[in-house]
Design a protein around this ligand. Structure first.
Ligand code: HAM
Length: 419
């Protein structure tokens, strides 16, 4: 017997009818970015491994444990992209996009890869829609980025999501915070691996998900209490703008994100209907990333929204999201000449933006009508030899059963009126 294959473990894949929901979520989230003046970028799915080591951070779980890394045939180390920001900044520097007007506003959508332990909402190949805006430090931009993410969720009708907001401080704050956090961590009874991590990058320890570690961190010093004046002012301005934009948020002084590049504004959208994997999106500002990747010193801010988790959130709220109807009109030929004629009619209708499918395999009228019902089409057009001779076709409304005769010359117009 021939071998049967399965999709790799832990990947998110969508087949009809669920795939329509996936597409709808992706396009709703993308639409927000387009409406806010972001331009689309299509970037590679694998990059130089060092881009992520430098950009995302060697001590992050994402880089140290979860990357799909391989050598290509020329012996270069490449990794499947675990996230989008490093690649976008790389492309901005490589293509000198920062020579045009600032801020540069870009959006992207597609698959990302992390070798995580699969569970509901956590996949090894998952999908994001993201934006990055580089070259402006205006706190209004932070607020706008957050607002357009929220708008995307609202466009889908989602209600049960919350926005968590924090500031991770600027460079000056971080040097100081690192010192006090390091001395706090030094007094804890941490396992050897975590101790090593505390020395390498103490902030990463705050992101440790293990309950026993979290319990020890209850009294950890908070970044919020040591923010520099300028970082505090920036954060307060972002909060003011968000209030003016009527975007609800809650302070999350313990929110640390899983990627190293964040400074100042950081945020996460969580949905309570999702269980453990509740983050449906997240993002923040990154002051040093562009210069770390060989560009000029421009700050950036962006987000990545999880398409897969957003779709699960819609399902948890009982929202039916679907992209445009697969088939509005189903064409039923009775005989060869009618079949040829219907091909032309199909093309004509599709030119008018009507989605059209047609019966293949020369089925009987009964079989074809059953196929028509299965597509969910609103109308069926039936054409036989006699109709052809009279230059007319029968148009049947599949929900009411009403049928009428329409001149072929007027078919496109009449059908558009009936849809
Ligand atoms: P992130 O928080 O790592 O941020 O990912 C963003 C979103 O992607 C998450 O909130 C979640 O919805 C989704 N996601 C992440 N990992 C998985 C997974 N294994 N399975 C399913 N969904 C997942 C970033 O990636 C940053 N690049 C966002 C950003 C852009 N920050 C600034 N600009």
């Amino acid at each position: 017997m021939n071998q049967k294959f399965h999709a790799p473990k832990g990947v998110a894949e969508y087949v009809p009818p669920d795939s329509a929901g996936f597409l709808a979520v992706k396009s709703a989230l993308s639409r927000s970015a387009e409406l806010a003046g972001y331009s689309y970028v299509e970037l590679p799915i694998f990059e130089d491994t060092n881009l992520y080591v430098r950009g995302v951070g060697e001590s992050t779980d994402v880089v140290s444990k979860e990357m799909y890394t391989f050598d290509d045939r020329g012996g270069r180390s490449l990794s499947l992209r675990p996230e989008g920001t490093a690649g976008v900044v790389r492309a901005v520097v490589e293509h000198n996009l920062d020579r045009a007007g600032l801020p540069i506003k870009l959006w992207y959508a597609g698959p990302f890869f992390r070798a995580e332990r699969p569970q509901q909402g956590r996949y090894r190949q998952f999908n994001q829609v993201g934006v990055e805006a580089l070259g402006s430090e205006d706190p209004a931009l932070d607020a706008e980025v957050i607002a357009i993410a929220a708008e995307g969720f609202q466009r889908l009708g989602l209600k049960g999501f919350r926005l968590l907001l924090n500031s991770l401080g600027d460079t000056a704050t971080r040097v100081h915070y690192r010192e006090i956090l390091t001395s706090f961590l030094a007094n804890l009874d941490l396992d050897p691996e975590t101790t090593k991590r505390a020395q390498l990058n103490p902030l990463r320890v705050l992101d440790d998900k293990r309950p026993q570690v979290q319990a020890m961190l209850v009294d950890a010093p908070l970044m919020r209490d040591v923010l520099s004046d300028s970082a505090r002012e920036h954060h307060e301005a972002v909060c003011t703008y968000l209030r003016e934009l009527k975007v609800d948020f809650s302070d999350a002084p313990r929110l640390v994100r899983g990627l190293d590049y964040y400074t100042r504004t950081t945020f996460e959208f969580v949905h309570d209907g999702l269980g453990a994997q509740s983050a449906i999106g997240g993002g923040g500002r990154y002051d040093g990333l562009m210069s770390d990747l060989g560009g000029q010193e421009l700050s950036g801010i962006g987000y990545g929204l999880g398409v897969d988790r957003t779709l699960l959130a819609c399902a948890a709220e009982g929202l039916e999201v679907t992209s445009g109807q697969r088939c509005q009109v189903f064409l039923v030929p009775l005989g060869q000449p009618a079949k040829l004629r219907l091909f032309g009619i199909a093309a004509q209708l599709r030119d008018h933006g009507v989605s059209v499918d047609l019966a293949f395999d020369d089925r009987s009228l009964k079989g074809s009508m059953r196929a028509a019902d299965r597509t969910g089409a609103k109308l069926a057009v039936i054409l036989g030899d006699d109709d052809l001779a009279a230059q007319t076709a029968a148009v049947k409304n599949l929900s009411t059963g009403d049928q009428q005769t329409v001149a072929i010359a007027e078919l496109a117009e009449t059908i558009q009126e009936m849809l």
